[in-house]
Design a protein around this ligand. Structure first.
Ligand SMILES: C[S@@+](CC[C@H](N)C(=O)[O-])C[C@H]1O[C@@H](n2cnc3c(N)ncnc32)[C@H](O)[C@@H]1O
Ligand SMILES: C[S@@+](CC[C@H](N)C(=O)[O-])C[C@H]1O[C@@H](n2cnc3c(N)ncnc32)[C@H](O)[C@@H]1O
Ligand code: SF4
Length: 379
């Protein structure tokens, strides 16, 4: 059976003030050793769990900071260890708007990459500076143009809201600018202030001026109104797509299906077991060079935990969780397991039932975390 695979490239040319993903400043890093270590992890993974892939996602960090020759080696490894059908597999690479070149884009296309996810966050020059991004609005327009010239049709753009100093008016302007790009897919994330980021330090010192909960909710609602008016369907709490352009890779996560995670800090889910790889680059390389799987944590989920994940991940999708799929996977009814919490959330209008699916209402989407907390409280 074909499966999804995530490949992590933890290097960035510059570190953004909000980012808590597994990444390091690229200069001086043992990138070639890292790619060799990934090659081994790919070989072990393919031998143990199978070679056939249906979706591939190279994320980071910034995969496109790799030099052309390094990108070539990464793709050579992927093609040597795994098999996928170029015409049907979804193959995404993440990129920043600056630093993308037509040479790199051509290498991606030649390797079978057919989806490009560009991190834009905002188009406003002052906000870009405030969050530590190095690109300008012109870079975004040029990156999208260059990607199209290279043959990319399936392009996605990430935006963020709730940024320090961001107003509803500024965010509405970002939505319009994003719409004018006419890309296939938009992800719209609310800023999370996470430990070990520059923003967290400022926030602790009381120096980070965030828009506040109410303004943030208004921005979320603005996206939920404006993007569908532009032809995009919201298919997940933070994701919007033109018809047929939903991210199949990310849907494997929300459908609680299996995936490989290769590289430092990558997560995988296979046969009911979640694994998290070692994060620090040198420790990851050292484990592999000793001939050991680079795992930091391995946990077999109980059936109960698998059911909870089916519910929580599935509720992120606009269509919700399918009751029939739940029955098929677990041999029992969702209502028998979570009945009391479901009934309460239905009664207060944060959940609804349609076409055999349980899903968040529009209000529920706004209060997503509270709904999840209500379920967890019950458990
Ligand atoms: C981890 S980055 C990797 C891709 C690429 N380096 C970039 O910056 O676009 C992927 C996306 O995660 C989102 N992101 C990162 N940190 C975040 C945070 N603290 N809160 C919300 N979204 C965040 C951003 O929208 C970003 O585009
Ligand atoms: C925030 S999402 C952005 C996706 C993008 N909006 C899209 O539609 O393709 C991607 C980020 O999630 C993280 N990520 C995704 N899958 C992962 C996995 N299996 N293990 C570790 N990190 C993962 C990576 O940091 C990656 O840069
Ligand atoms: S947001 Fe992207 S470019 Fe910025 S530090 Fe995180 S991974 Fe690197």
């Amino acid at each position: 059976m074909a499966i999804s695979a995530y490949f992590h490239i933890p290097f960035c040319a510059h570190i953004c003030h909000y980012c808590d993903f597994n990444k390091v400043f690229a200069a001086g890093q043992p990138i070639d050793d890292y790619l060799r270590a990934m090659d081994k992890e790919m070989a072990w993974t393919a031998a143990e769990f199978g070679r056939r892939l249906q979706t591939l996602f190279i994320g980071g960090g910034t995969p496109t900071v790799l030099e052309p020759a390094q990108l070539g080696r990464l793709f050579e490894s992927i093609h040597r260890h795994f098999q996928f059908d170029r015409s049907t597999a979804e193959f995404t690479v993440e990129a920043n708007p600056d630093g993308l070149t037509s040479e790199k884009l051509a290498i991606l296309r030649a390797a079978g990459v057919n989806r490009l996810s560009i991190g834009v966050q905002t188009f406003d020059p002052e906000l870009l500076c405030a969050i530590g991004r190095t690109h300008r609005r012109e870079d975004v327009v040029r990156a999208v143009e260059m990607a199209r010239e290279a043959g990319f049709v399936n392009i996605s753009v990430d935006l963020m809201y709730g940024l320090p100093g961001q107003t509803l008016a500024l965010f509405l302007a970002d939505l319009e600018a994003a719409l004018s790009l006419e890309v296939a897919h938009l992800s719209v994330y609310s800023l999370m202030v996470e430990p070990k980021t520059m923003f967290y330090n400022e926030w602790r010192k009381g120096r980070l001026r965030l828009p506040g909960e109410e303004a943030e909710a208004e921005m979320y609602e603005a996206a939920m109104d404006r993007l569908p008016a532009g032809g995009y369907r919201q298919y997940e709490i933070s994701n919007y797509a033109l018809p047929g352009r939903e991210s199949r890779h990310n849907l494997t996560y929300w459908n609680n299906e299996e995936y490989y995670g290769i590289g430092a800090g990558a997560h995988s889910y296979i046969d009911g077991v979640r694994r998290e790889n070692i994060g620090p680059v040198r420790h990851y390389i050292a484990a592999i060079e000793r001939g050991e799987w680079p795992h930091r944590a391995v946990r077999r989920l109980t059936v109960r935990e698998q059911m909870e994940e089916e519910l929580f991940l599935g509720l992120r999708k606009t269509e919700g969780v399918s009751k029939a799929r739940f029955r098929q996977k677990f041999g029992c009814e969702m209502d028998d397991v979570f009945g009391a919490a479901i009934r309460r959330e239905l009664a207060c209008g944060r959940l609804e039932e349609t076409n055999g699916h349980l899903r968040l209402t529009k209000r529920g989407r706004l209060l997503g975390n509270e709904v999840f907390a209500a379920f967890l409280g019950e458990m």
